[in-house]
Design a protein around this ligand. Sequence first.
Ligand SMILES: Cc1cc2nc3c(=O)[nH]c(=O)nc-3n(C[C@H](O)[C@H](O)[C@H](O)COP(=O)(O)OP(=O)(O)OC[C@H]3O[C@@H](n4cnc5c(N)ncnc54)[C@H](O)[C@@H]3O)c2cc1C
Length: 451
Amino acid sequence: MSHQDLTGEVITPQDTNYDEARAIYNAMIDKKPAVIVKCKNTQDVVNAVNHARENNIEVSIKSGGHNGAGLALVDDGLVIDLSEMKAFDIDPNAKTIRVDPGFTLGEIGEITQEYGLYLPFGINGTTGISGLTLGGGLGYLSRKGGLTIDNLLECKVVLANGDVVTANTNTNPDLFWALRGGGGNFGVVVSFQFKLLSVGTVYGGPMIWEMDDAEETFRLYDEFTKTDDQDLYGFYAFLTVPPAPPFPEEHWNKRCCGVVWNYTGPLDKAEAILRPMREKTNPIIDFVGEMPMHQLNTLFDALYPKGLQWYWRAHFINEVSDESLAINIKYGKAIPNVHTTTHFYPIDGKVHEVANHETAWANRGVRWAQVIVGVDPQPENAQIITDWCKNYYDELIPYAANQGAYVNFMMEEGQERIKASYKDNYEKLVAVKTKYDPTNFFHINQNIKPD
Ligand SMILES: Cc1cc2nc3c(=O)[nH]c(=O)nc-3n(C[C@H](O)[C@H](O)[C@H](O)COP(=O)(O)OP(=O)(O)OC[C@H]3O[C@@H](n4cnc5c(N)ncnc54)[C@H](O)[C@@H]3O)c2cc1C
């Protein structure tokens, strides 16, 4: 088929850079698109959408390429690759930034930190802003600033018919509602405008305990973080101590539990705020201290480079019963390698100040989004991490808050799971989908569609 009406860099299987262009973050995914269009601007996106629609070709949308299920790619179809679209405008006085869709979180943080500003988004610098935002966006600043979508002011979107529209609370408000959590179902977002928080230096980092202290430290953490102080954030984890400096050698490769803290309040109060957790427990590693927000937000990037095997599953959790804590500890002790982990991301503070029906993101009432993450550099270990993850996930099903999960932490798990994740918002999402993408042209995603 001729690709003459495509613009941007057009890459097909005959090109020497094809394999590089189809490689995404999760090396377990091996999809072979017919064509990848590296778009440089909005017109390239419009041309790609029109070309695919007129020639009946399936499309996927790729920005940061971090989606665990590999939904950035489509076999035999056309990939709209936005990763090279990286223009931005920042207005430090208004505390806003407009970004193209190709930015990673790390790149945005690098820009905003110069002004003492930061966007509430995910905990790794390498993740793409686009997929993260459209699915919701959880991270170190969720408690202080809400989900990433709670800081979204406006999007520019290329629809399935090739039209370019604006979505904000006044213009196409139904589309704007759906984009805040509904993922890549409604069009290709070519521009995001966000408001930013004033955050410079924080008091944060990991505090790690022996696995034998898991029960006690989890309960203390649970109580300690039930506070109205929106400056106090910490996510609990089961993990392996990396076998490298600065971690003390006697703890290398030990299965442990821990919290990564982020206190954004006055620095002269920070040590006193965290003191009860230090005094009541016995951390074997305590790297919590003053650091720039951006340093904390990129602290684990080196441990998770592109090209590892990934398999993950997720639950929403309201309460961790003694039985479910025992299951978590059992799988924590059985973590197969240094990269594999599980995190409990708090859903509280500012996230609770928006009602479930106000955006598409329907799980603001739960306490945590738990993600169970199997990661390994070796392809031959893919089954080991997958089994660990699935068994762990399965055993926790009876203790989950509901049958859904945070869509950005899901694999391809079927339509019922997607519906359960959007709960009462699913019907409205279907209506918005039917209005803006009636043929389900954008369906390589956690797909919203009529029954
Ligand atoms: C190491 C790692 C850490 C993570 N940490 C966090 C975290 O702390 N918090 C959190 O909330 N999530 C986190 N995630 C999950 C992350 O939010 C999702 O993987 C998300 O899909 C990544 O976005 P992306 O642009 O990189 O993905 P891509 O794989 O490029 O895209 C994923 C999907 O998003 C949609 N999409 C992407 N760009 C557009 C666009 N411009 N317009 C329309 N649709 C689009 C498409 O449906 C696409 O299939 C993490 C993921 C990884 C791998």
